[in-house]
Design a protein around this ligand. Structure first.
Ligand code: ADP
Ligand code: MG
Length: 721
């Protein structure tokens, strides 16, 4: 297409901002702006049952009509139901409004005329109205739509498109029709033999069916999106996603990474010091990572395992392999608390071994920060543990060989991008100072990500197509199951007594609140939130001889670390905390978890929080306190968490309740989310798309870029948003 032709295909400027809200930036996008439902024009609706926002056919008698000039020249007709004698002034009426009109309209809409009109119902100043409805006389005995006299509504099924305020259906329909005239855009980019084998229609056929269904098309398969035309659309969307993810992966595989060969020197020592043996899935995950790390292309591996499955030790062993091979490791956690815990754990495991661990977070005093930066830059720090402060521009590494990211789903896209860029600049540029001129080749580090957000297989296949995944699907032995109890707030007294008893016998408990203090309360909510500060004060008063401490995100890092240390050593029995302890925290002796306002937490959060207990050999209990009247989804969530402990099942239920977008959080926001395909329902198409992506890999005639572009062209804009 020439630039000139291209220009003619822009959207009308006045509508652009409104269309942008619908994700439509270009006329071409309208082809894939598909109807959400269809109006059957042969189904006549009674005036009394009209609702604003619907496109309907209405039959009635014109009660009154006139041309008025206020606020501007227009022709208005008031229509009442045909069986209404007009005696009741309060019976519903429909106003028809025309701003452009010709004598044929004023003639046809004379008082007493029986008419059928078709249009969008909206709220007007004097009740419901239609602006510029299509009409015809109803007494003509011709089924509406069949004669073609009513322009634009000759079809029985009229598509209803997703719309926004100020974008009338008619405008969308007109522009869709325009887009459908541009041949380039209707071209099928997949080999026909290919789609035929999958019983899918050609691209153009699919678009035609969805935008202008023929008069014989049954409406059900269109509305339930099971029609082959819909399947073709969904298949293409899933295929584009697979291809885009594979592209990202192959781009990465072109980067050079150091080959990290294990020598066994340090890892053997660590294994000897561990108080346990690795489980079979831990060993398997480790060897998968080590195999990748010996390749010249960077590893991008996700280590997935339920809460408490023992991911940290696998990452620690992989880190030591990188150190053995003479490279540095950056070990990143989403919170200071968690980073600190990893630091303590690794320090403990590696005590007396010749490994330099460096601590780096944003809250370090300036002098220590400088020292930490220098240790990274000179290559003295073997393993640097910290928060995302690790990946700020100022930090450079002499020989970064491996990046470990714990709880990767907690990091935003931006932080992950930064991380990748850090890797690519692992050699300090000469501009940064003369002492950096030691020449090591520019390399990308290997990346090992960890996540306890277990996602269903179908979802993994789709969203993690650019990652290699290792799964730890078994918890270390000797664990006791966690008993979960749902308790109403009214019974708090009993809970306090129970925990007090346990604490006096040396047990430890977390007591989690959703907020820190009164001032944080969301004004519009009248639910009385039990806040951590007040609860702490209460428990201190109620529990003599037991140490109760408060931990929340507003405390400074040293305070937090000191409290965590005391809790780990059982110098504190009850830790009243906010969700700072949600992920990663590991104190095996803690066996009680009390969660206030459990109804306010998401499923993944509840699962993570509960996973803080049940880590040692003592039996653990999780008490979920709920308050107030529960919403339906809150009830569903609590039921799921009460009935299940397996993270995979919980994730599947979460997916069912919330949909994939929310479940994956930031992980997927770098990618456009799926508009039409539904990962769970269309699992057969996900599989077909994955196979197709592999087959098309070697098909030289396939215009891959154009295909992906059709679906993902606004990726850059999405990412910026
Ligand atoms: P997560 O996978 O949730 O990050 P962690 O790595 O924190 O789990 O491990 C949870 C607990 O299990 C830790 O106390 C850890 O030391 C312990 N652990 C890890 N592997 C094993 C094992 N093979 N046998 C026994 N305990 C283990
Ligand atoms: Mg962990």
């Amino acid at each position: 297409m020439t630039t000139e032709q291209e220009q003619q295909t822009y959207l009308p400027p006045a509508l652009r901002p409104k269309f942008a809200k619908l994700g439509v930036h270009h006329l071409r996008d309208l082809l894939l702006h598909l109807p959400m439902r269809y109006e059957d024009q042969t189904r006549v609706r009674a005036i009394s049952e009209l609702v604003a926002g619907e496109s309907v056919v209405v039959e009635g008698v014109v009660e009154h009509s006139e041309t008025t000039f206020r606020p501007r020249r227009q022709f208005v007709a008031l229509v009442r139901a045909a069986d209404d004698d007009g005696g009741n002034n309060f019976a519903p009426r429909l106003t028809l409004r025309y701003f452009n009109f010709y004598p044929n309209i004023t003639q046809a809409l004379k008082p007493g005329a029986l008419v059928r009109v078709f249009g969008d119902v909206r709220d007007g100043r004097y009740g419901l109205e239609m602006v510029h409805p299509v009409f015809k006389k109803a007494d003509a005995e011709v089924p509406l739509g069949s004669a073609g006299e009513v322009s634009g509504s000759a079809a029985r099924l009229t598509p209803v498109y997703p719309s926004a305020a100020g974008v009338p259906q008619a405008a969308i329909r007109t522009l869709v029709a325009k887009a459908r005239k541009i041949a380039d855009w209707q071209q099928d980019l997949l080999p026909r033999a290919f789609t035929e084998a999958l019983a899918l229609p050609a691209w153009r056929v699919a678009l035609d069916v969805l935008h202008v269904p023929s008069n014989t098309e049954p409406v059900m398969p269109l509305e339930t999106r099971t029609h082959p035309a819909w399947r073709r659309i969904k298949f293409d969307e899933l295929l584009a996603q697979q291809l885009a993810l594979r592209d990202a992966k192959s781009l990465r595989s072109e980067e050079a990474a150091p080959k990290l060969h294990p020598t066994g020197l340090i890892t053997t020592l660590l294994r000897q010091r561990l108080p346990f043996k690795l489980t079979a899935p831990q060993e398997r995950a480790l060897s998968e990572a080590l195999r990748d790390m010996q390749q010249a292309a960077p590893m991008t591996r996700l280590l997935q395992g339920d809460v408490g499955s023992g991911k940290t030790v696998v990452a620690a062993l992989a880190a030591l392999v990188a150190v053995e091979a003479g490279w540095q490791v950056a070990f990143m956690a989403p919170t200071e608390l968690l980073a600190e815990q990893h630091f303590n754990k690794l320090s403990h495991w590696l005590a007396e071994l010749p490994i330099k661990l460096t601590w780096l977070t944003g809250s370090l005093p300036a002098a220590e920060m400088r020292a930490a930066h220098a240790a990274c830059k000179r290559g003295e720090a073997n393993i640097v543990i910290g928060t995302h402060a690790l990946f700020q521009k100022k930090v450079s590494f002499a020989r970064l060989g491996l990046v470990v990211v714990d709880e990767q789903h907690r990091f935003g896209v931006e932080q992950r991008l930064q991380l990748r860029q850090r890797g690519q600049r692992s050699t300090p540029s000469p501009l940064e100072g003369e002492e950096n001129l030691t020449l090591t080749p520019i390399v990308a580090p290997h990346t090992l990500m960890m996540s306890a957000t277990p996602i269903p297989r179908s979802l993994a296949m789709s969203y993690y197509a650019d990652l290699d995944v290792s799964v730890i699907d078994e918890l270390p032995g000797g664990r006791q199951p966690i008993a979960t109890k749902l308790v109403s707030e009214a019974r708090r007294g009993e809970i306090v007594r129970r925990i007090y008893e346990a604490a006096q016998q040396g047990a430890q408990a977390y007591w989690v609140c959703p907020l820190i203090e009164e001032s944080e309360k969301l004004a519009e909510q009248d639910v009385q939130l039990q806040d951590a500060t007040a609860l702490h004060a209460d428990l201190v008063a109620l529990m003599p001889n037991v140490k109760v401490k408060l931990l929340h995100g507003r405390m400074n890092a040293d305070e937090k670390a000191a409290i965590m240390k005391d809790f780990t050593a059982n110098r504190i029995q009850i830790l009243v905390a906010t969700t700072v302890i949600e992920v990663g925290v590991d104190v095996p002796n803690a066996s009680w978890m009390v969660i206030e306002h459990a109804e306010r937490f998401g499923l993944a959060q509840l699962h993570q929080l509960r996973g803080r207990v049940g880590r040692g050999s003592v039996a653990s209990t999780c008490i979920l306190i709920f308050a107030g009247k529960l919403s339906d989804t809150a009830k569903q969530r609590l039921k799921v968490i009460y009935e299940n402990t397996d993270g995979f099942i919980i994730a599947r239920e979460d997916l069912r309740i919330r949909g994939p977008g929310e479940l994956l959080g930031p992980r997927q926001s770098g990618l456009p989310s799926l508009r039409y395909a539904n990962i769970e329902e269309d699992i057969d198409l996900v599989e077909a798309a994955r196979d197709a992506a592999t087959k098309l890999e070697s098909d030289a005639t396939f215009n891959r870029a154009a295909f992906v572009d059709r679906w993902i062209k606004h990726r850059a804009e999405f990412a910026k948003a």
